[in-house]
Design a binder for this molecule. Sequence first.
Ligand SMILES: Nc1ncnc2c1ncn2[C@@H]1O[C@H](COP(=O)(O)OP(=O)(O)OP(=O)(O)O)[C@@H](O)[C@H]1O
Ligand SMILES: C[C@@](O)(CCO)CC(=O)[O-]
Ligand SMILES: [Mg+2]
Length: 397
Amino acid sequence: MEVRARAPGKIILAGEHAVVHGSAAVAAAIDLYTYVSLRFPTPEDNNDALQVQFKDVDLEFSWPVGKLKEVLPELGSKSASTPSSCSLETTKAIASLVDELNLAESKLGLASGISAFLWLYTSIHGDKPAKVVVNSELPLGCGLGSSAALCVALSAALLSLSDSLKLDFSHQGWQTFGDSELDLVNKWAFEGEKIIHGRPSGIDNTVSTFGNMIKFRSGELTRIKTNMPLKMLVTNTQVGRNTKALVSGVSERAVRHGSAMSSVFKAVDSISNEVAAIIQSPVSDDLAITEKEEKLGELMEMNQGLLQCMGVSHATIETVIKTTLKYKLATKLTGAGGGGCVVTLLPARILFVCAIYSFSGTVVDKVIAELEECGFQCLIAGIGGRGMEISFSGFSS
Ligand SMILES: Nc1ncnc2c1ncn2[C@@H]1O[C@H](COP(=O)(O)OP(=O)(O)OP(=O)(O)O)[C@@H](O)[C@H]1O
Ligand SMILES: C[C@@](O)(CCO)CC(=O)[O-]
Ligand SMILES: [Mg+2]
């Protein structure tokens, strides 16, 4: 039997970075997924190794289970139903396994993802041989939550073939979990994110697990019911960056300028709360939608100003902002910044025209053409969609 799990990426509408320091943030799942499939070998397979294939980065690894037993000090001592953090001793042991892979210089950034994989796999399934395949529709390391989607999909796949969840294996197609199972997936995924991000707030794994739109503050999730159709243009500046380094850069600035940065975080908290309130407030007519969109756009611009204050903007992000501003569209970075992706609010009045002319000759068409001329990549993502789901195959009753 094989299980396939998928978990979505996300955009952050307001509050990235500040959320690590206790402010509220608002995030939405997007309809681009990371997939993880997991299969345990049958005796005929004669496979005594843990094999993983990361298709997006063209890497494949295999560890004989004997090697895992020899190197990992706490192997077999964890319980899948009790998520725990990676100890210093195990962190070192995993680092030695990853070092032995001799990753090329250009792929060193992937070491944290491989480490998270090894930690989650061995914590939940010990030294059981298996074949795992990972592939994603998300650009990696670009602010759309690829690390969280990986950790959530992996935790979901691993837990669904563990004894800690009782699932209906005969169900056809994608199925989701109940809230307590989702909570378990989310907690394990957070442990994986800790390995990749250093100090994650938990917003990315939470929105990827539960889907839709959420407000998140100090580890607490509030589900947001949207009363307005929200569409965003996502522009990938294609400038690579690393969330862990950006998060620690903001923390260092907060240490150097404690009082100023706490005012910045407080301002972001107010912005996120206002964004959540606007999205949830009832909509009476088209005029109300336009008013709400104007307010949202203004709040996004204010949030971007504060992100610049935190030191996480980038010349390419400023170029996207200037370009979209020519068309009176509001833009902010999303995720950790420093390059990566930027979101631009597409107001309903513009989308209405796009629907008539199927984008040709519309403002959206023009702005995308201009952005792509700068070497950026654009996509219009569906937001506020499904969270993590699993699907079984090869089950015979
Ligand atoms: N499909 C994947 N295959 C292999 N590794 C992956 C995959 N998805 C994510 N990763 C790991 O996650 C890292 C990227 O995580 P990072 O947090 O820096 O960016 P992000 O999650 O895309 O953006 P943000 O955190 O700003 O939303 C990669 O370098 C890799 O280690
Ligand atoms: C930059 C950050 O706020 C969001 C990354 O998508 C980090 C985090 O909250 O873990
Ligand atoms: Mg990430």
